[in-house]
Design a binder for this molecule. Structure first.
Ligand code: UDP
Ligand code: MG
Length: 316
């Protein structure tokens, strides 16, 4: 198998068939440009517990056409785990990952592949311009990547998603990384080998709407930061040193006022403020520790990452 394309699908009934048709076009491009034949090119749809007709549509396609498989998960597992299931089962020498909502044009996979053949183990697609996304999403995404870059020592490229192509040796390392809270783009950066980006235009969703709600995005951001950086934990010690130092200065001032002036020190307001602020800081630090502890707790259970209901493909 020369190439596997992994496609996560969650409630994409309005897109699934269109996606398949575009993929047929991509197969033609691969045959003409790289002489990759139909049987050397597999598409792995991963159905993430959709509650609409996505499963039926993908099952029908996969049972009818050679070169398509449907990995059906037992329930909704989330985007990153869904991708993981697909990558684990991919047989290709190179593995591409692309969202199933047609925001990432499937034809770009051919350009990624061409770049990969130049000797890069990973070619990630860099968003040139993002149509149809709110200012808020663009802004928060930018901010997040900048913060992440500051906090971690892995260099996670800005403006990239999981749309990319990778070599077998990268995939083999990735499948050996069994952590539960997965931030795949970061994990791949961490693996190393020659990696490069390729610009492309990201389009509007073809149909349906984004499944990344604000709360999911916040959770995802936390996963990204906690799995690559212990800086937030250290923040508590820094804050502790800082407040102790400020307390020390304030003590000096009070001693001075008491000894050398006639001012009577009024305490109530300042004490309440200090208690509230310190209480807040302590709770935030505790919460930070809790975030990490919760993740450790999840890891120690050693549950499987995902549960596959069945794999559907054409009988041959
Ligand atoms: N997706 C998934 N499981 C989920 C949510 C999303 O498999 O729980 C899939 C979804 O079908 C799509 C891709 O992941 O193919 C990206 O999701 P979405 O387009 O909602 O994210 P966005 O592009 O807005 O970041
Ligand atoms: Mg999308």
């Amino acid at each position: 198998m020369k190439i596997s394309v992994v496609v996560p699908m969650y409630n994409e009934e309005g897109i699934a068939h269109q996606f398949f048709e575009r993929m047929e076009g991509v197969r033609k491009i691969f045959l003409e440009r790289f002489n990759v034949k139909r049987e050397e090119f597999e598409v792995l749809f991963v159905n993430d517990g959709s509650s609409d007709r996505t499963f039926d549509i993908l099952k029908k396609i996969s049972e009818e056409y050679i070169g398509y498989s449907l990995i059906n998960l037992s329930r909704n597992h989330g985007h990153q785990i869904t991708i993981t299931a697909g990558i684990d089962l991919a047989k290709g020498d190179t593995v591409a990952v692309i969202d199933g909502d047609l925001q990432d044009p499937p034809e770009t996979i051919a350009d990624l592949y061409a770049k990969h053949l130049e000797g890069f183990d990973v070619v990630y697609a860099v968003r040139k311009k993002r149509e149809g996304e709110t200012f808020f999403k663009l802004f928060t995404a930018k901010l997040f990547y900048r913060i992440l870059k500051k906090l971690t020592n892995v260099n996670i490229p800005v403006d990239t998603g999981d749309f990319r192509i990778m070599s077998r040796r990268v995939v083999n390392v990735l499948t050996s990384m069994k952590e539960r809270h997965r931030f795949i783009r970061g994990m791949i950066s961490w693996i190393g080998f020659p990696q490069t980006g390729l610009e492309y235009e990201r389009h509007e969703r073809f149909s349906g709407e984004t499944k990344y709600t604000l709360s999911k995005m916040i959770k995802f951001a936390f996963d990204g930061i906690t799995s690559f950086s212990a800086v937030p934990l250290r923040l508590a010690s820094y804050l502790g040193v800082l407040t102790a130092f400020i307390g020390f200065l304030y003590t000096l001032e009070i001693i001075y006022v008491k000894l050398f002036t006639d001012t009577i020190i009024q305490g109530w307001a300042s004490i309440v403020i200090i208690v509230l602020i310190l209480g807040g800081v302590q709770l935030i630090a505790l919460g930070m520790i809790g975030e990490y502890l919760g993740r450790v707790h999840d890891e120690t259970k050693h549950r499987p990452l995902y549960i596959i209901e069945n794999v559907y493909q054409k009988d041959v």
